[in-house]
Design a protein around this ligand. Structure first.
Ligand SMILES: Cc1cc2nc3c(=O)[nH]c(=O)nc-3n(C[C@H](O)[C@H](O)[C@H](O)COP(=O)(O)OP(=O)(O)OC[C@H]3O[C@@H](n4cnc5c(N)ncnc54)[C@H](O)[C@@H]3O)c2cc1C
Length: 450
């Protein structure tokens, strides 16, 4: 029997292999430029399917990786020697006693919806599209992280199939090393089938997006800098420079122009939030203004990020500060350059707060000392566009070097070496645990540790 025939005989879920008409669709990551060609794609329906895939991978000397969505896809995923597991069918959500148990296929939009109206929240990021498990295994930089820290640090238990095929419930007491590693160390320690998250009280959420033409960018970014310097931990503020495409879907006055967007959430009273936003509103009246009470289920829509798979390229660098000189440099690098620029967006996200304080419990994710990060993004609609985009990203990153900071949170790494993500001692401990629980390196994530 071929591998595909063996897999089909062993698992309940669908299996696709090279040569199947649907293989090219099934193998795709969300980042379409990552050209994955796994030996098989398996839609697992439960623990037994994961165990069967691991058993067969071992017998065929292949590797196994989980990829619910492909938001984190890098060249490390989907190699020809890998059985790629899609966990989307593991979509259960159970909420009881302040804890949510989520299956490994649950997306943030599903969990946010399930928690809406309960008075409880978890720690969602900017988009509703990533899987809760994929985001949390890799740290999780949430809208509410300034108040509560990384999402990883709020996991109570992981249910996982290890490299030997054993189904474990990993907790602080049962498998302390593995528990430490899974909280921020990524997907290299086993295939997670479900996760229990401790929920947090959710006061009303007030926030939304405001947009202006880029003519006001300098004053807006200065106001952003001023507000973020003293903002309470309940308040999150992100600023964007967005290069609106010259397409019919964009309203005519904004079409083909650079815009500024400022997104916010405040965990608390709307009047307090408006006081915090006042210096920004004082710069100029926004052209777009969605700020108001936000139900939890709509939090993933504030930043209006794309959800469909796309040929995107992203790069994040940490910023040690975001003062007037940083702003001048960034605007010169982004806007005072030949246009149209291949860059589509630059996001400055204010972090700090609880991200910069050690978590209540130790975990692989540690702390994020830098108070801001800068994300640069663009799209490669045709292969010949790639060099210009990469060159532009390098130019901006190079120009910002006087202000760029330290290690990246794992979810913001896009193929950078692990040394750019973890401090040396953390990396050493992650590698020791990986070698102990998976000595043949059967389980592969998007950020290889060994
Ligand atoms: C539009 C967009 C917005 C984003 N916003 C944020 C944000 O606000 N904050 C933030 O922190 N991140 C953000 N991210 C990054 C995203 O959270 C990470 O890339 C995350 O790892 C995606 O998880 P995924 O499961 O959706 O992606 P996938 O690529 O499917 O999975 C990523 C990796 O997680 C591991 N993994 C996933 N599931 C399992 C499993 N069941 N068992 C073992 N390992 C597993 C694997 O190593 C896999 O390669 C964003 C990404 C995009 C594209």
């Amino acid at each position: 029997m071929t591998l595909i025939e063996e897999l089909r005989a062993a698992v309940k879920g669908e299996v696709f292999g090279p040569g199947d008409p649907e293989y090219d669709v099934q193998r795709q990551a969300w980042f379409l430029l990552v050209d994955q060609r796994p030996a098989a794609v398996v839609h697992v329906t439960g623990t037994e399917d994961v165990q069967a895939a691991i058993r067969l991978a071992r017998r065929h000397r292949l590797t196994v990786g989980a990829q619910p969505v492909g938001h984190g896809a890098t060249q490390a995923t989907g190699s020809e020697a890998m059985i790629l597991l899609r966990t989307n069918a593991l979509d259960s959500i159970d909420i009881a006693d302040g804890v949510a148990r989520v299956g490994a296929g649950v997306r943030w939009r599903d969990l946010n919806k399930a928690l809406t109206g309960t008075g409880l929240t978890s720690l969602p990021g900017s988009s509703g599209d990533p899987s809760v498990v994929g985001y949390t295994l890799n740290s999780g930089v949430s809208w509410f992280g300034r108040k509560h820290g990384f999402a990883s640090n709020h996991v109570r238990a992981f249910e996982l199939v290890d490299a030997e095929g054993h189904h474990l419930r990993v907790t602080k007491d049962a498998f302390p090393d593995l528990f430490w590693a899974l909280r921020g160390g990524g997907g290299e320690f086993g295939i997670v089938t479900a996760m229990e998250i401790e929920l947090l009280p959710e006061p009303a959420i007030y926030g939304g997006r405001m947009m202006w033409y880029a003519e006001d960018a300098r004053q807006l970014l200065r106001a952003f800098s001023e507000v973020t310097t003293t903002a309470p931990d309940e308040f999150s503020l992100w600023a964007w420079l967005i290069n609106m495409p010259d397409l019919e879907m964009v309203p005519p006055p904004m079409r083909g122009r650079w815009m500024v967007a400022i997104d916010s959430t405040y965990l608390g009273d709307g009047d307090e939030a408006e006081k915090l936003l006042a210096p920004i509103r004082a710069v100029a009246e926004p052209l777009v203004d969605t700020v108001g009470l936000v139900p939890l289920e709509k939090v993933g829509e504030i930043a209006q990020e794309p959800e469909d798979p796309m040929p995107g390229v992203g790069k994040v660098v940490m910023l040690k500060e975001f003062g007037p000189a940083t702003i001048d440099a960034l605007l010169e690098l982004a806007l005072d350059r030949p246009q149209p620029s291949p860059l589509m967006l630059l996001e400055i996200r204010h972090v700090g707060g609880a991200f910069a304080r050690p978590g209540a419990q130790e975990s692989a994710v540690g702390t994020m000392a830098d108070p801001y990060f800068l994300l640069l993004g663009g799209m490669v609609m045709a292969p010949e566009h790639a060099p210009a985009l990469h060159a532009e990203i390098s130019t901006v990153v190079g120009g910002m070097a006087p202000w760029t900071g330290g290690l990246l949170p794992p979810t913001m790494a896009h193929g950078e070496p692990v040394e750019d993500v973890y401090p040396a001692a953390t990396l050493q401990r992650l590698r020791e645990i990986k070698n102990r629980v998976d000595p043949t390196n059967l389980i592969r994530g998007n950020r290889p540790l060994v």
